[in-house]
Design a protein around this ligand. Sequence first.
Ligand SMILES: NC(=O)c1ccc[n+]([C@@H]2O[C@H](COP(=O)([O-])OP(=O)(O)OC[C@H]3O[C@@H](n4cnc5c(N)ncnc54)[C@H](O)[C@@H]3O)[C@@H](O)[C@H]2O)c1
Ligand SMILES: [Zn+2]
Length: 359
Amino acid sequence: MKKVRVDLQKNSYEIRIGSGLLPQVGPWLKETGLSGRAVIITDTTVRGLYAGALSQGLTQAGFNVTVLEIPPGEEQKTLETAGRLYEKLTSIYAERTTPIIALGGGVIGDLAGFVAATYMRGVPLVQVPTTLLAQVDSSIGGKTAVDHGRYKNMIGAFYQPRMVVADVDTLKTLPDVEFANGMAEAIKMAAIMSKDLFNYIGNNIEKARALDVSVLEEIISANAHLKAKVVSKDEKEADFRAILNFGHTVGHAVEAVSAFGLKHGQAVAIGMIAEAKISNRVGRMKESDVIRLREVINKAGLPTDIPALDIGEVMTAMRHDKKVTGNKIRFVLLNAIGDAYITDGVNPALVEEVLTGYG
Ligand SMILES: NC(=O)c1ccc[n+]([C@@H]2O[C@H](COP(=O)([O-])OP(=O)(O)OC[C@H]3O[C@@H](n4cnc5c(N)ncnc54)[C@H](O)[C@@H]3O)[C@@H](O)[C@H]2O)c1
Ligand SMILES: [Zn+2]
């Protein structure tokens, strides 16, 4: 097992990453001084696979466990679903000290996190991420939210968990496309912050895809460490967190224009390659680094070519993204693999040219 500490003064917490951890959540939670009722929030798919092992450990540690489940899918990440969960929490007399355990992917993490942040002005939260995306990204950093209308993550709160427990064994049942989706964010994190991690991922991607436990532990913990660093630093340095948007300026636009026919990670993969090419064209990133990035993305089972989309529409979507200030489109570009910077100074004509000549 590996441990990563997220340093946020009195809101500090630990991320534990390893194999066979689900039954240990109960004893660990008990060690924090909590007792009595514990509520697991999960989706129907994950419940059938993993709620048993988690809830058995909690019961053995003396907790009185209630499992609340919702159907899987982003459509559930709404205030209505949160409302139904508040209703159930009040009906079982959940108290201010009743921990909520979010067992699932990023949808469950964001929704259950939001419910934990708001029910009785906040109850203890434990994140037990079961997708690679949630293990490397969404369970760390304290962002919780629900969607509103057509706006993603519109209503939310910053709320830190007491603990994050990433059991890599849960990835065994994850569909390949979901695995690749999470790997896109892991490659992104490495590309902006750590050449070492990038090389490690590049050299071990087949083992990771074959679910080698020690490779997964290494990739997830290194990622968690980097995300923890960004999150703790951002408290002091405004906007530093924005470097996490590498690949996302083009990625979000491509995702929207594809009418969400592309998964987020697939769109980010395409976005990373486009933004690496832009980095090269403005005289920063070496061509050989661009090629290496593309190679690793390809080996991860992610797309490297832009699908047949209307580039004009992609440009329009980029201008309408919420991160645009004034007429300037903000980009995270790379000086090299492992070294990112933020700029508003990219000429839109260059972006259009790179997207048009993509592939
Ligand atoms: N809070 C943040 O900082 C942050 C960061 C990135 C993304 N997000 C959010 O995360 C969400 C996406 O998360 P996601 O990609 O994990 O999607 P998800 O939660 O929808 O999970 C994907 C699918 O995999 C299934 N699943 C989960 N674990 C499984 C397992 N171990 N085996 C088999 N199936 C399993 C789920 O039931 C679901 O159908 C989005 O809502 C996004 O906004 C939040
Ligand atoms: Zn993303």
